[in-house]
Design a protein around this ligand. Structure first.
Ligand SMILES: Cc1ncc(COP(=O)(O)O)c(C=O)c1O
Length: 389
């Protein structure tokens, strides 16, 4: 780890000295609760049969202890003090930027092609973005730690390095050696955020998550989410794993009851041992479909290579020009529009991302969806099939 790391010296001074909002519920949460001006007669939904609407007249637990306890055993960390929960990873990204970066002064590093929200949140917060591209040759999509080191040295006010593993849109896990090189870089004064939104889709043999590293690295923040492998994008629950000192700052800065009761009820259920096993079972099914989709799609004339190492639940695939010689943004855009506007299939055009010439990013669907997608792609590119939806 970088010997020069000092949390106190990189946090915005106003955040460091912040006196957090405290509710009585932080201290006492059982008994006759007359502390928070809730509606003591209950909610308008209280006669509804669903268990979900019970206790909705009460504010939720500000600390979400029960969910964190399940996460401790699921992710193998030492205690709940290593966890913060956000309204999706997207809230966590914004919060981390607000905690560390002084608007108009500090910077973040991103490694294109990468997830778009790091830049969006940086721009909203008036934080400058330094881009250090991934090595995109042959769809490798790996870090260039030397370049990151140079960028850190040239930009000493860099507070955060955002890395995405498996990457979006690359679907590729970053090398652990390279991640370590960044964390240990003597030029790094700030923190490294590793966004592992898709980590559960990665083969276990790769031992891909670096979540446990937070016990060793006080400058590491890892993000997970229930939106992908658990299939719960609608409840908006993001998970941040970091040294308890960083977690404390996040708790101090968040809105008091950021995780609502409906979300917390569903998340707690999702993180039972039984449902974690269900998640793993679904991931196995998605992997089978992933492999089938890859082999079928590359048999279609007009489809080029699949880029990256396919560690997530999507593929990044090239559409070729009409001569089938090289990837073509024009044709990829045409396919994208035809699929969406005439065939009711929405994929993501990624051709303007670095190293993704002619690429579409396609989520692995269920077996029927994949079949329909393949039929329609074949029809569009080869003019041979008749099936549509
Ligand atoms: C890499 C990455 N991080 C984070 C997110 C957002 O996650 P959440 O739904 O938890 O906000 C996404 C969503 O597509 C993503 O691709």
């Amino acid at each position: 780890m970088s010997k020069s790391f000092s949390l106190e010296s990189i946090v915005r001074p106003n955040i460091l000295s912040l006196i957090p909002y405290r509710c009585a519920r932080d201290d006492y949460d059982i008994g006759i609760l007359l502390d928070a001006n809730e509606n003591s007669f209950g909610s308008v939904l209280q006669d509804n049969e669903s268990l979900l609407v019970e206790d909705l007249h009460r504010y939720p637990d500000p600390n979400q202890v029960l969910i964190k306890e399940r996460l401790v055993s699921f992710r193998g960390l030492q205690s709940i003090d290593y966890f913060f929960l956000g309204v999706g990873s997207d809230e966590i990204i914004d919060l981390v930027i607000r905690i560390f970066c002084v608007p108009g002064k500090d910077k973040i590093i991103i490694t294109p092609p990468t997830y778009g929200m790091y830049s969006v949140c940086a721009n909203i917060n008036d934080v400058q973005i330094i881009k250090v591209n991934l090595d995109v040759e042959d769809g490798k999509f790996q870090l260039k730690p030397d370049r990151i080191s140079n960028a850190l040295s040239e930009n000493p006010s860099t507070k955060i390095v955002f890395l995405c593993s498996p990457g979006n849109p690359t679907g590729t896990c970053l090398s652990h050696t390279d991640i370590k090189a960044v964390l240990d870089d003597p030029n790094l004064k700030g923190v490294v955020v590793i966004d592992e939104a898709y980590i559960d889709f990665t083969e276990e043999t790769k031992k891909a998550s670096v979540a446990k590293w937070v016990e060793e690295y006080p400058n590491l923040i890892v993000m997970h989410t229930l939106s992908k492998s658990f299939g719960l994008a609608g409840i908006r629950l993001g998970i941040c794993i970091a040294n308890p000192k960083i977690i404390r700052l996040m708790n101090n800065t968040k809105a008091p009851y950021n995780i609502n009761s409906l979300t917390s009820h569903v998340a707690l259920d999702a993180l039972s041992l039984q449902n974690i096993e269900k998640m793993r079972e679904t991931v196995r099914k998605i992997r089978v479909e992933h492999t089938k989709l890859m082999s079928s799609i590359t048999n279609i004339t007009g489809i080029g290579k699949i880029l990256g190492s396919n560690d997530a639940n999507f593929i990044l695939v090239q559409v070729l020009d009409e001569a089938c010689e090289k990837p073509s943004n024009k044709r990829a855009q045409w396919v994208y529009k035809e699929l969406a506007e005439h065939l009711g299939i929405v994929v993501r055009y990624r051709g303007s991302e670095l190293g993704c010439e002619g690429c579409l990013r396609i989520t692995v669907g269920n077996p029927q969806e994949n079949e329909i997608l393949l039929e329609n792609l074949k029809q569009l590119l080869e003019g041979t099939s008749t099936k549509s939806i």
